[in-house]
Design a protein around this ligand. Structure first.
Ligand code: ADP
Ligand code: CP
Length: 320
């Protein structure tokens, strides 16, 4: 990464929900390894802001409540509440992972998670076209069985990895807690915000100035992009399970890409090279960020190669 002399870069790092593992133990391990790379960025003089996905986790939380409802009658939990719980669960592990690493190096630490709401348009067409995969992977047979007994649930195939439930994923319009996030940044906190894309809310016109949750999961790449613009970031890292964005993904003709202009990336997205609800939103978010201001770059790479990606040795770079 090239950096103008004397000026720190402000970097938003988005960690993919699917790349965070499937259990609390796996998540702690992956977050710990990533914290090491994140602290490397700080030591190079950059400022970082962290966001993360929640697809597997928000589905796991909602499924656990559904199961407990069946067996012991606990209440069912709506998606916004599950999203809020996932922000707390993942933010807590990030605070611990970053805290441990900061304490080891500096004997002090300042990291805080902001439970973040993001305003959406209640008329967004995404509410009638679910695209965001959440929860575990199923076989096609299992998915069809669940859909037959729960007609309100939609499942789809996810990038050759199995079938998953999909929910509405509206466009994020406004970060409600943006002032708190900027205030923490000004006070030199490492901020974890907009987790799981942010809790989707719409304006509550019966209670002026208030919001209410709406059943959806915002894509964290799009939420992270909005966060990066609001924080005046220079670089957006989208860290996931693969090292590169590819064309002909998952076929013998797969070609990994190292650098793309926003125009090239958009053309490939329009041609359907990227998985819907997986790689496509990352590329769209990268294009939006790269075009938002001259000199802005988005890098998509692997969470388990975070240090190499941050050093410019791995990943796909999308430039304006
Ligand atoms: N063209 C592509 N290039 C690379 N990966 C792709 C492509 N299309 C689909 N994918 C899939 O997208 C996944 C990343 O999306 P996802 O799992 O939703 O990310 P996250 O880590 O943010 O949860 C990759 O692990 C890969 O399986
Ligand atoms: N909310 C969200 O985009 O989660 P993933 O990163 O798990 O897809």
């Amino acid at each position: 990464m090239t950096k103008p002399m004397g000026k720190p870069d402000r970097i938003v790092v988005a960690l993919g929900g699917n790349a965070l593992g499937n259990t609390p133990e796996e998540q702690i391990e992956k977050v710990g390894a990533t914290a090491h790379a994140l602290l490397g960025l700080i030591e190079q003089g950059n400022e970082i802001i962290i966001t993360h996905g929640n697809g597997p986790q928000v589905g796991m939380i909602q499924n656990a409540f559904a199961e407990a409802h069946e067996t012991i009658g606990t209440p069912l939990m709506d998606l916004p509440e599950c999203g809020a719980m996932s922000q707390g669960y993942i933010g807590y592990h990030l605070q611990q992972g970053i805290g441990r690493e900061m304490h080891r190096r500096y004997k002090r630490w300042h990291a805080a998670t902001v439970i973040t709401q993001i305003e959406c348009d209640p008329e967004d067409p995404a509410f009638s076209d679910p695209t965001k995969p959440i929860g575990p992977f199923y076989s096609e047979e299992q998915a069809r069985e669940i859909m037959a007994s729960n007609p309100e649930m939609v499942f789809t195939e996810d990038s050759g990895r199995g079938w998953r439930r999909v929910v509405a994923s509206p466009e994020p319009k406004k970060i409600v807690e943006v002032a708190s996030i900027l205030n923490l940044l000004d006070n030199e906190f490492i901020v974890i915000a907009c987790g799981g894309g942010g809790i989707p809310v719409v304006r509550d016109y019966e209670n002026k100035g208030c919001y209410r949750g709406i059943a959806a999961v915002i894509d964290k790449d799009m939420g992270g992009e909005l966060l990066a613009e609001d924080c005046e970031a220079d670089v957006l890292f989208l860290l996931t399970a693969v090292e590169h964005v590819a064309i002909n993904f998952g076929t013998p003709d797969q070609v990994d890409l190292e650098e793309l202009t926003a125009d090239e990336a958009e053309r490939l997205a329009d041609e359907g090279h990227f998985g819907k609800g997986s790689m496509e939103p990352k590329v769209r978010a990268a294009v939006k960020f790269a075009r938002s201001r001259k000199g802005r770059t988005c890098i998509i790479g692997a969470l388990d190669k975070a240090s190499e990606t941050m050093a410019g040795l791995s990943g796909t770079r999308i430039i304006g």
